[in-house]
Design a protein around this ligand. Structure first.
Ligand code: ITT
Ligand code: NA
Length: 208
């Protein structure tokens, strides 16, 4: 069974909606989130650690909100920002700016203890950069476990909170006139950072 490693029930609902709830099970495991400004590095470390812990194929989901006028803040620190200043005050920071563009990014890191075919695969440049950053650490034998990364992004605009659905920053993230909190899981998955990363993963995993 593929384990979706997260403490966040909102992520699980979306992954189950996309992949089917009989093909994944949540592993509510709080892996060590290393200090890094790169989602891929954080996720890759987490996937290795969770695989060693669970002994089953693992998929770690590291995601964040990147606000352009705030130089990408909160980015990799999004869960910390949500817990501390919260969604409303993140919106208030953005409201001060003329430019309210933002993006969500999600990196999925897959580890099943085996290696991957290095033959041509549908990774884009960002994936290669993330993969290089997530590469083996010579100091740690366990860090040599191969990890495969899948990234998705979506652009939007920050707005006054609207909607009751989703989780996290969804109420303030508007995409083509609708906030993510105004969408159901299927609608959000069709366009979201997580949905795009899940699509890349599902396509690859089906061939594995
Ligand atoms: P895990 O690490 O256990 O998976 P987490 O919620 O802490 O749970 P992250 O470290 O990836 O997950 O933090 C992501 C934060 O970014 C999360 O707390 C939300 O505030 C925000 N976020 C990520 N994806 C989001 C989405 O689809 N909609 C709204 N907010 C999102
Ligand atoms: Na986290």
């Amino acid at each position: 069974m593929l384990r979706y490693v997260t403490t966040n029930p909102g992520k699980v609902r979306e992954a189950e909606e996309y992949l089917g709830d009989d093909s994944i099970a949540q592993l509510d495991y709080d892996y060590t989130e290393i200090q890094s400004d790169d989602l891929g590095t954080i996720a890759a470390r987490g996937a290795r650690e969770a695989y060693r812990h669970a002994g089953e194929p693992t998929l770690v989901d590291d995601a964040g909100l990147f606000v352009r006028a705030l130089d990408g803040f909160p980015g990799p620190y999004s869960s910390y920002a949500e817990e501390t200043i919260g969604v409303e005050r993140t919106w208030e920071l953005a409201r001060e700016e003329e430019d309210r563009a933002a993006s969500f990014r999600c990196v999925l890191a897959y580890c099943d203890g085996e290696g991957f075919d290095a033959s041509p695969d549908p990774v884009d440049k960002d994936d290669r950069v993330a993969a290089a950053a997530a590469g083996p650490d010579a100091d740690d034998e366990a860090e040599a476990l191969p990890v495969k990364l899948f990234e998705g992004r979506v652009r939007g605009t920050l707005v006054e909170p609207r909607g009751e659905g989703g989780f996290g920053f969804d109420p303030i993230f508007e995409h083509e006139g609708t906030t993510f909190a105004e969408m159901d899981e299927a609608e959000k998955n069709a366009i979201s950072h997580r949905g795009r990363a899940l699509a890349k993963f599902a396509e690859w995993h089906a061939e594995r």
